[in-house]
Design a protein around this ligand. Structure first.
Ligand SMILES: Cc1cc2nc3c(=O)[nH]c(=O)nc-3n(C[C@H](O)[C@H](O)[C@H](O)COP(=O)(O)O)c2cc1C
Length: 314
């Protein structure tokens, strides 16, 4: 199967990216896998100031995936500018890199865009509006408040020409409405989904398994929520969609394409097998041979996108 695709005005050598927060800033994986073989990756979410994150333990497993409450531990804007992105600019040519940004207030997002826009090493911003572990001051994640989604994205739009990818939440009761607001505010693409809020309790003590209490659920158990979200978004917009949540192997990526995604991202699977993403790329090639599908873009993505968006205006 031909895996090359064209999204956001750019060529991707294949549709497999590593998801935000699961591959650091790339350099952490340098000795583990060939970053240049990937479609791309999304950096850890960058915040204005460095963050140490939440108390340990920050991850716990359960049979259908894992729960994390990292709390957006990251080196902050200044280190992203001076160390992380320059390394990416020197070392990554073929993979497309998106910088994830996260803030507590609208203004923090805008200052992040202003602070990063002039730096090389990345092709676009993924705007993390949906982290369940790091809510907006005094409320739910931005993604669950369409006015806040609109404020963040329109402010970012006014400050950069680079593609803006809005990362939304799986537990949005009106996802189609939020998607329309994101598009109207200037989003160029969507990433669906972030983790789903969850809680694990020790069977013996009844106390939370994570130091922070609750966390965000990811892995195979999240896949149905991700597929539903992608399908619902696809009926509301023709924008490109990055499908994420429980992608382990080729049939999962194909399911996301059939639901309406243009590309996929993979996170939790890489904790169990560090080279899960290159294995997925090879698996997609095999899947195409076995099923007589010769092009990811033409036979999987386009066919389903056209079908789902027939009748929408965008
Ligand atoms: C340990 C961990 C850290 C994460 N950190 C971030 C982050 O910084 N920013 C973000 O937008 N999403 C973050 N995510 C969410 C992932 O990018 C992805 O949306 C989610 O894990 C679902 O995909 P998966 O089932 O393939 O892991 C994190 C997920 C995990 C497991």
């Amino acid at each position: 199967m031909r895996l090359q695709t064209h999204v956001l005005g750019m060529d991707f050598q294949n549709p497999v990216l590593l998801a935000a927060g699961t591959c650091g800033f790339g350099m952490e994986l340098e000795d583990v896998l060939d970053l240049e073989a990937l479609g791309g990756f999304v950096t850890k979410s960058v915040t204005l100031e460095p963050r140490r994150g939440n108390p340990a333990p920050r991850v716990a497993e359960f049979p259908a995936g894992m729960l994390n409450s990292i709390g957006l531990a990251n080196p902050g804007l200044a280190a992203a500018r001076s160390e992380k992105l320059p390394w990416i600019a020197r070392n990554v040519r073929n993979a497309r890199v998106f910088v994830s940004i996260a803030g507590h207030t609208v203004d923090e997002y805008l200052r992040l865009v202003e602070g990063l826009d002039g730096v090389d090493g990345f092709v676009g911003f993924e705007v993390n509006l949906s982290c369940p572990n790091d809510a907006r001051r005094g409320g739910a994640p931005f993604a669950l408040d369409p006015d806040a989604v609109s404020d963040v994205l329109s402010g970012c739009r006014a400050r950069t020409q680079r593609p803006l990818v809005a990362k939304l939440a799986p537990n949005d009761p009106n996802l189609a409405g939020t998607v329309r607001r994101a598009e109207a505010a200037g989003a160029d693409a969507l990433t669906l989904v972030n983790t789903l809020p969850g809680l694990l309790l020790h069977p013996s003590t009844g106390s939370p398994e994570l130091g922070a209490g609750a966390g965000g659920m990811s892995g195979p158990g999240l896949r149905p929520a991700g597929l539903r979200a992608v399908r619902e978004a696809r009926t509301a917009t023709a924008l490109p969609i990055f499908g994420v949540g429980g992608v382990l192997a080729a049939p999962d990526a194909v399911a996301y394409a059939r639901a309406g995604a243009d590309l996929v991202q993979m996170g939790t699977a890489t904790f169990a097998a560090a080279r899960a993403a290159p294995a997925l790329i090879r698996g997609l090639e095999r899947w195409g041979r076995r099923h007589g599908v010769t092009s990811w873009r033409d036979e999987l993505v386009r066919a389903h996108t056209l079908e789902a968006t027939r009748g929408t205006t965008s």
